[in-house]
Design a protein around this ligand. Structure first.
Ligand SMILES: [Zn+2]
Length: 259
């Protein structure tokens, strides 16, 4: 039975070499899509944001994409920046889908995909680091900066925060809600400083991604040794509302929780 099936297939392809070539190309394409899909999704996410931000009135808003700047703490990669007299919007794009749960105060947020659960660093905290570095670079108080976390439209958000946590479809409107003058500086000058300090060197950018991975692994190692990656105090087992968990012994000063 199987033998005759295979023979049949061989027959079809030997009579039609063009079909064989097409099949091989199709298989290669499928493999490539499988490998590069996450990268492709990320790329498309950035693309949609750029398109959305391009609709902001050009005389009032300057949009900068994919900026990398350096300070004494290391490099910061900023997905999108919108400079305006109404504020400097620092946008962190999260191309996640599924249910996203988190609070402003949490170290980590959770992504639920069906029964699967995975944690990621609270993007508000991440973005706060970006804002600090920009505030140092531009010598502007951080009150002029507005943090925006933007998820893809496919995500379902269950997030409590005073900062903007939104989705692509609402991104532009969230920015346009700010109508009062906040920044006195010439935004063209500010944009110039950022562009001058933007790291464009490919090798340096690669090193940044490497450093991020090293930091994640380092934090995991500390956690395994019951050391809080945030403040360096010990981690201890605690009893919470939802059962046992491992948290920082320096609570409530440090709210780090191992997940
Ligand atoms: Zn701690």
């Amino acid at each position: 039975m199987i033998k005759s099936f295979i023979e049949g297939i061989i027959n079809i392809y030997s009579n039609n070499p063009k079909l064989l070539l097409e099949t091989i190309i199709l298989i290669i394409l499928c493999v490539l899509i499988k490998i590069y899909y996450p990268k492709f999704r990320g790329f498309m996410g950035e693309f949609w944001v750029k398109l959305e931000l391009r609709e902001l009135p050009k005389d009032k808003y300057i949009v900068l994409n994919d900026i990398m700047i350096k300070d004494e703490k290391g490099t910061h990669q900023i997905d999108h920046l919108v400079l305006s007299r109404f504020g400097i919007f620092v946008i962190e794009m999260k191309n996640y889908y599924g249910l996203i749960k988190g609070k402003e105060i949490d170290n980590k947020w959770c992504q639920y995909l069906g029964k699967n659960k995975s944690y990621f660093v609270n993007p508000i905290h991440q973005n706060y680091g970006h804002i600090k570095s920009l505030s140092n670079l531009l010598k502007l108080d951080d009150k002029y900066f507005i943090s925006v976390i933007c998820f893809s439209n496919q995500a379902k958000l269950d997030v409590k925060s005073n900062n903007i946590v939104t989705q692509l479809d609402y991104l532009k409107n969230e920015i346009l809600k700010y109508k009062e003058f906040l920044v006195d500086n010439d935004i063209k000058e500010l944009a110039k400083i950022i562009i001058q300090n933007n790291i464009e060197d490919k090798a340096l950018r690669k090193q940044h991604i490497k450093n991020v991975h090293i930091k994640i692994n380092h934090d995991k190692e500390l956690e395994n040794n019951m050391i809080c990656p945030k403040c360096g105090n010990g981690l201890v087992e605690r009893n919470g509302k939802h059962g046992k968990f491992i948290g920082c012994s320096n609570f409530p000063k440090c709210r780090y929780i191992k997940k």
